[in-house]
Design a protein around this ligand. Structure first.
Ligand code: NAP
Length: 306
């Protein structure tokens, strides 16, 4: 069996940028695409904040183009999911089912999955009123009334961001107490454009052929129900980093994000982490791509030194 120089797990902006850089450094990267080829951008519509596209680009198209760019320089993409790893010694070992892969370096770019409310019509309305990213989609609802669901720091941050571009932000949380830090919650309460509704639960969506038109709400204590008119709901109830598989070989923070030192290095030599999996703060396509570039260059330097 041959040993890969660089194996990349994940095909979001971090994984594919790492592949482009590793391929152009003649390292013949092998990429494992996993269950959601293209990552979170494949579930969005227009991406208007990725530099280089004056008029924006559709998320799935951006990822298809990045894939083609990586392949043009010799990246091999396998549409398999890595199910087990053993990074206890060199070469590093990975399995896709029964298929054993050996590699000198590994770049983990498995991302973080945004949690959603589990509403019936979520898949149908995602990108047509439903969103999990205010920075990505807020602009489409400028000067409109928008709703944010959640009670943590993410929800406060999203509500605050949206209040700068939207006419009104309704922040809905299922409890009267916020999990958010005091300062973030107070900032939201003091913002005249943010109206807080607690304890209300978003039970269902109302939609027509144009997309979301409203929400069905239920009071968590009295059981009262009502409808709220809106064309957008931002679900800001946290992310789940896809790091479980790697936990014995990398350190993670209390939420599961991989801790890196010296840019993208993990505690295991030759194993690097890039993109949302190692970024609890920014979680943008462009920051993920930047980390992917760093990881590929660091993997290349690691190989030179060994
Ligand atoms: P979080 O702290 O886990 O909060 C998630 C919120 O969503 C909670 O209020 C929770 O309600 C609610 N929620 C979860 N599942 C729900 C459901 N099915 N239906 C309705 N509501 C639901 O997540 P986060 O806000 O993403 O923050 C994660 C970490 O990142 C935190 O440590 C946070 O401080 C940090 N962070 C920091 C900043 C900043 O400092 N600028 C910004 C963002 C995040 P309950 O409270 O009822 O459980």
């Amino acid at each position: 069996m041959s040993t890969n120089e660089v194996t990349i797990i994940g095909t979001g902006p971090a994984g594919l940028t790492a592949a482009i850089y590793a391929a152009r450094a003649a390292l013949n990267p092998v990429v494992y695409a996993g269950v959601q080829h293209g990552g979170q951008l494949t579930t969005t519509t227009e991406v208007e904040n990725f530099p280089g596209f004056e008029h924006g680009i559709l998320g799935p198209k951006l990822m298809t183009d990045m894939t083609a760019q990586a392949e043009r320089f010799g990246t091999k993409i396998n549409y398999e999911e890595i199910t087990k790893v053993d990074f206890s010694s060199q070469p590093l070992k990975l399995w896709a089912g029964d298929h054993l892969i050996e590699s000198k370096t590994v770049i983990i770019a498995t991302g973080a999955t945004a949690k959603t409310l589990g509403l019936k019509s979520e898949s149908k309305l995602m990108g047509r009123g439903l969103s999990t990213c205010a920075t990505c989609d807020g602009f489409f609802y400028r000067n409109k009334r928008v709703v944010v669901a959640g009670g943590g720091d993410s929800a406060m941050e999203e509500a605050n961001y949206l209040s700068k571009i939207c006419s009104e932000v309704i922040l809905i949380h299922r409890r009267n107490d916020f999990r958010a830090s005091k300062i973030m919650a107070e900032r939201a309460r003091a913002n005249p454009k943010i109206k807080i509704m607690t304890p209300w639960i978003v039970e269902d969506t109302i939609s027509d052929e144009t997309g979301l038109t409203g929400l069905k709400l239920k009071h968590a204590e009295t059981g009262e129900t009502k409808n709220l008119e809106t064309t957008s709901l931002f679900m800001a109830i946290g992310h789940k980093p896809n790091s479980d598989l790697f936990k014995p070989w990398v350190d993670t923070d209390s939420h599961g994000y991989i801790k890196t030192t010296n840019h993208t290095a993990t505690k295991t030599p030759g194993v690097f982490a890039a993109g949302d999996i190692a970024d609890p703060l920014f979680k943008q396509a462009i920051t993920a791509a930047g980390l992917g570039c760093q990881a590929a260059i660091q993997a290349s330097k690691f190989l030179e030194g060994h």
